[in-house]
Ligand binder design. Structure first.
Ligand code: IPE
Ligand code: IPE
Ligand code: MG
Length: 237
């Protein structure tokens, strides 16, 4: 099972307690550790965490810089731990605008954990579903222009294979914390048949116990993928 999480509400959590927004992000980073640790035992084999969107650059410079510092710290503090726990880390999004040292940490962590067979952890940094599609279309168009892919043979699979998630399954479940009911550019293509759960709790309040409750709720849902399930078809005869 693949779960995507839109980790929202760090700022509101902090503001409610008269704390700086960055304190909210720091507490959010603590939750990341817990939720990553909890995932394999909860039946989740791929976890995609939305950490920074292509639109988040619009925030105040000190908030963006604070978030970048937290990414550095998260990767430094968890570098060996993730590998010891057999986690395979990959990054989604366009790394180009990120600082060179962050890009290096991302490459090192990806390379270090590439052979791991436990949890697949995708961290989406400077990720936007639309930007991901644009980059995929550019790659496909280049191949088409070079005569490698005839345009008439472009299928949904071709697009899948050129996304940042190439080779991975689509998210079965997308969870968004902090009450907003939108995807904010998260997995635009891959979310076509994802189940969506919106919880009122902010990301710093998202405990493993709440995660378990969301997962058990998801397991009671009937996914139809556009078909009529056999039992419903029989009942209608
Ligand atoms: C999510 O929390 C973290 C990021 C988007 C990086 P927010 O910072 O969006 O928190 P709110 O939505 O303002 O409360
Ligand atoms: C979505 O949250 C992005 C991440 C959680 C990284 P935002 O807080 O940026 O989304 P909007 O602005 O409320 O749509
Ligand atoms: Mg937000």
């Amino acid at each position: 099972m693949h779960v995507g999480i839109i980790m929202d509400g760090n700022g509101r959590w902090a503001t409610r307690q008269h704390l700086a927004r960055l304190i909210g992000h720091k507490n959010g980073a603590k939750r990341v550790k817990e939720i990553v640790k909890h995932s394999p035992g909860a039946g989740v084999n791929t976890l995609t965490l939305y950490a920074f969107s292509t639109e988040n650059w619009k925030r105040a410079a000190h908030e963006v810089e604070g978030l970048m510092k937290l990414f550095r710290k998260y990767m430094r503090d968890n570098f060996d731990k993730l590998d010891e726990n057999n986690v395979r880390v990959r990054f989604l999004g366009d790394p180009a605008p990120l600082a060179a040292d962050i890009r290096q940490q991302m490459q090192d962590l990806t390379a270090l954990t590439a052979g791991n067979t436990g949890l697949n952890l995708n961290i989406a940094i400077n990720y936007g579903g639309q930007d991901e599609l644009v980059r995929a279309v550019q790659k496909i168009a280049q191949k088409a222009a070079a005569g490698e892919i005839p345009p008439a043979q472009i299928t949904t699979q071709t697009i899948d294979e050129h996304l940042d998630t190439a080779g991975q399954t689509d998210p079965d479940l997308i969870i968004r914390t902090a009450g907003e009911m939108r995807l904010s550019n998260f997995m635009t293509w891959q979310s076509a048949y994802s189940e969506l759960v919106f919880v009122e709790e902010t990301w710093p309040e998202f405990t493993p116990a709440l995660y378990d409750r969301v997962l058990s709720g998801f397991r009671t849902r009937t996914r139809r993928f556009g078909a009529v399930p056999a039992d419903m078809a029989r009942a209608a005869e």
